[in-house]
Ligand binder design. Sequence first.
Ligand SMILES: Nc1ncnc2c1ncn2[C@@H]1O[C@H](COP(=O)(O)OP(=O)(O)OP(=O)(O)O)[C@@H](O)[C@H]1O
Length: 695
Amino acid sequence: MFMDAQDLDGLTEELRHVERCRAGLSRMLDAARGNVIIGETVAGDRYSAERLGRHLKSLAKELSEEPEGPPFFGRLTFGPAGSPAASAEHAGRTYYIGRRHIPGEHGGAPVVIDWRAPVARSFYRAGARDPQGVAVRRRFGWAGTTLTSYEDERLGHGEERRSRLLAAEIERPRVGPMRDIVATIQPEQDDLVRAGLDDSIAVQGAPGTGKTAVGLHRAAYLLYAHRQRLQRGGVLVLGPNRAFLGYIAAVLPALGEVDVEQTTLDGLIASVPVRAVDGERAAAVKHDARMAGVLRRALYGRITKPVEPVTVAEGSYRWRVEEDELRRIVDDTRRDALPYGIGRERVRARVVALMRRQAEARGHSTNAAWERRTGRALGPWLDGIWPAVRAEQVVHEVLSGRWAAAGGKGALSDAEWAAVVWERPARTFKSATWSAADLVLIDEVAGMLERPRGYGHVIVDEAQDLSPMQCRAVARRAEHGSLTVLGDLAQGTTPWAARSWPELMAALGRPEARVVELTTGYRVPAAVVELANRLLSALDAGVPATRSYRSDGRLRVTEVAGVERGVAAAAREALELEGSVGVIAADADAERLKAALWDAGLDVGGRLSVVPVTLVKGLEYDHVVLAEPAAIAEAEERGLNRLYVALTRAVSRLDVVHARPLPPELDGPAAGAGSEAGAGSEAGTRESFSTAGSA
Ligand SMILES: Nc1ncnc2c1ncn2[C@@H]1O[C@H](COP(=O)(O)OP(=O)(O)OP(=O)(O)O)[C@@H](O)[C@H]1O
């Protein structure tokens, strides 16, 4: 049975529950405010008072500032005990599922259960074949904060159907930043969201299959299910660029999680400003994993064998350690494979310990201050044996070419070495200008000097673009944690983009990670997916084609005499409809097109944006106007992959506007449905496909 809002009695009862939720929320807010006052006065010491106070304040702030969204989106009614597949624990009970837990009155049963709670799992996973004890699953429809409808699936009676509310949510026009998908997480996505904390997973997902959404919801889930374990390390989300981070920024706070660090890899490892740009060849070598070996040798090559004893004078005494003892200390410490900086301190501490024994044998009293003094006195000797060094210094020396003669170039060929070595090296590391790839090298050395801050869980989006050296930077930060790695081999656009998941996961230090494929796309309509899928065979990425969940949407390919006028006409038409409009163009053409749109009287910057194609990864627009695909395809080595990314950004409509011939991989007969104009869909929208016309 499939019900809408017609069941008025039912709806009235549900509206009463909305009131109970509002009352519960205001009780929570009062309690949180009250606790701030109590917390500030009762905590035992100042430190815990401050910590507790901060925590309570942020909870109170969060609750009072939270936009008043729908308090719940689903309801589960479990069958009575004894009914088929009844669940003993939940038999006969009803639960409302929402974004956050809302307690009941006077300590009674909660009025809303957090979507991450174990029982809520059945909301996402139960089906007619496996009802998991659920008699009825109810989904609610809201207009803003007003409950307007619901629909039921009587799973206990074998009823399960494509939800209209679900379809409406997936097909809704997009405006503004990304939203959470808690109300409509699909079973294959839920599997990934709720995977265990120790599980490192790689997700190969076609465009729009919800990888980013899954990653963010997984972060929220892990923080809920393993809050204590994650308290120290925390969760890190890495995205491809700042535009993408801006786009996803609101999702986790909307789920009540404000403490997740979201940044780009460059942002994470930035230690010095980037002022130089590498040539292609230099960048390729610098991103190669063999550079790690070169840097390691350059760092550890500074350690020298002690060839004479070391002495420290104290009054008329001299404490002395012989060279063979010193050699043993240095060798043992190297074998311990500690970070370089810790190794240096270990050597110092062991020499001090030997001297202390001598001093005590002579009746000297030694204490911590004595140890510090003696340690300091060893400084000049230590600087000769195991010198203190900065990461930039090591990289500066390598790129200045100093280590080649001493066999420092390791596995690099002469040509590769020549590609990375600076033509005119700066005199010191302080005056060097660094490129983005140099930052990765500096981070590599910094990671050898001391362990970087580690995270309990790291989520990496668009991971197919990571270089082997970047993978090492990520792996260092997840050494004692786990990884969720999201990407699409077909969308790889960097010169070092991954060609295989096992290789990528090995570079990330998790060769054993399972690889899961997602192939159902929730963004891109079927007609557009079909066009993009044509490129797949040319990309040779070995990934399966996308299947679209969406039957709506429109594709139009228009050949024009002048791209600027054609794009302006398409954009103007697009603005007549609801939703965001993105004009995507080859980087070299973006500014010119923006100016042309201004000249045509269109307001760029509001609902309409012009985006250089290299910045569009991970983003989506309700309506995309894709300008001159041939220019995108020929602009770079992996131009066809870039074009594939651009083609898969549209939520409702894609206009391809071209003056030059389409790239041959894209042209040609449409595979399957939608080859000429007008395949009507159930929703009354039209898919159309035409290869000619004028704007
Ligand atoms: N279960 C779902 N319910 C509703 N919307 C969904 C669902 N899954 C994904 N979406 C929507 O589909 C769109 C694409 O999702 P997302 O950006 O996470 O995909 P992606 O796999 O990361 O795509 P890309 O590879 O292109 O970056 C988003 O608007 C997202 O909100």
